[in-house]
Design a binder for this molecule. Structure first.
Ligand code: ADP
Ligand code: MG
Length: 303
């Protein structure tokens, strides 16, 4: 396996943070450090956190910053190896067999149809075969897949290689920068965790969320952007957070700010919040829980 050449733009944690910011991703220092180490040590990085805290977006931003192709595997319950790794192109194999039947022996035909050209490459295999400096492979929401699938990932995660019965072991041309994400709907297998660096992603602190909303909704006034990030950050903190099943993520803050601009809102008030609560919360119970708290949430902060 060849070493990925260091990309000049990201040879330190600071320059990585800066480069990510350049493509619109605001990374806290701890996260940038984890990514930097994952690249240096060539280890997969497992990101866990609530939905909407920027796990998937990080992989996309990294691919942009590094100028590497992004390969994405969206996990789900019942996902099979052939969707992750490869499958044989049966139609093409059949056509080949028909054509060869008159001239070749069955053994010859079998050897011929199990050649790489009849292979349909899925993200994992594509990642292994991407030339240096390698791909960014996003294995998204791995907690949705089942345990056999996690077991199947071990060889890839530990050695950047996979075994294909008909073709043998395929090793990475260049270590793919591999990002796994989990919304933590269940605990992942220890064997998977051991092979990865780990980073928990929290909701952003208010300043970072402010920066994100500001850059994604530049048409919102400073005052409105500040009110939005203050309000959302309060929703997510004690004692208010206890009232809700699922707090709003960054995407919801951004969308809310856009909606408020669309409604020509100058300043937050209970009425406009009620009218737009369906952007912040996607559960009926959470919307209902919000309404009685509005006055407290909007009250000036104690100094
Ligand atoms: N650190 C960040 N910087 C800029 N935008 C962010 C950041 N984190 C999240 N976002 C925004 O929030 C949206 C949701 O993030 P996403 O990565 O899909 O969340 P997750 O995968 O953790 O559920 C993104 O599309 C992006 O617009
Ligand atoms: Mg995601």
């Amino acid at each position: 396996m060849s070493k990925s050449p260091a990309t000049p733009a990201v040879d330190s944690i600071d320059s990585l943070t800066h480069a990510l910011q350049g493509v619109g991703y605001h990374a806290p220092r701890r996260l940038a450090t984890a990514v930097f180490l994952a690249m240096k040590l060539q280890r997969p990085l497992l990101l866990e956190g609530e939905p909407g805290v920027g796990k998937t977006e990080l992989a996309k931003a990294l691919a942009k910053v590094l100028g590497r192709p992004l390969l994405r595997l969206q996990c789900y319950d019942g996902m099979e190896q052939r969707e992750a790794l490869y499958e044989w192109n049966h139609t093409a194999q059949l056509l080949h067999m028909r054509a060869a039947q008159s001239t070749a022996t069955p053994d010859e035909i079998e050897r011929e149809v199990y050649q790489a050209r009849y292979l349909i490459r899925r993200p994992l295999l594509q990642a292994l075969q991407t030339p240096a400096p390698g791909a960014v492979l996003l294995i998204d929401e791995v907690d949705r897949a089942d345990e056999p699938f996690e077991a199947f990932l071990l060889e890839y995660l530990g050695e950047y290689q996979v075994s294909i019965p008909e073709l043998g072991t395929i090793s990475a041309v260049a270590a793919p920068l591999t990002i796994l994400t989990s919304n933590r709907t269940r605990d992942l297998n220890d064997a998977v965790k051991r092979r990865c660096l780990y980073q928990w992603l929290d909701y952003p602190e208010r300043e970072r969320e402010l920066a994100i909303v500001r850059s994604q909704v530049p048409e919102a006034s400073n005052q409105l952007t500040e009110q939005v990030s203050r309000f959302v950050s309060r929703l997510r903190s004690q004692p208010f957070s206890n009232a809700f099943q699922r707090g709003p993520g960054i995407a919801e803050s951004v969308e809310w700010a856009k909606a408020l601009v669309a409604l020509d809102t100058l300043t937050l008030d209970p009425e406009v919040i009620q009218d737009t609560a369906g952007i912040l919360f996607k559960q009926r119970e959470d919307v209902a829980a919000l309404l009685p708290l509005l006055d407290q949430l909007l009250a000036p902060e104690p100094v």
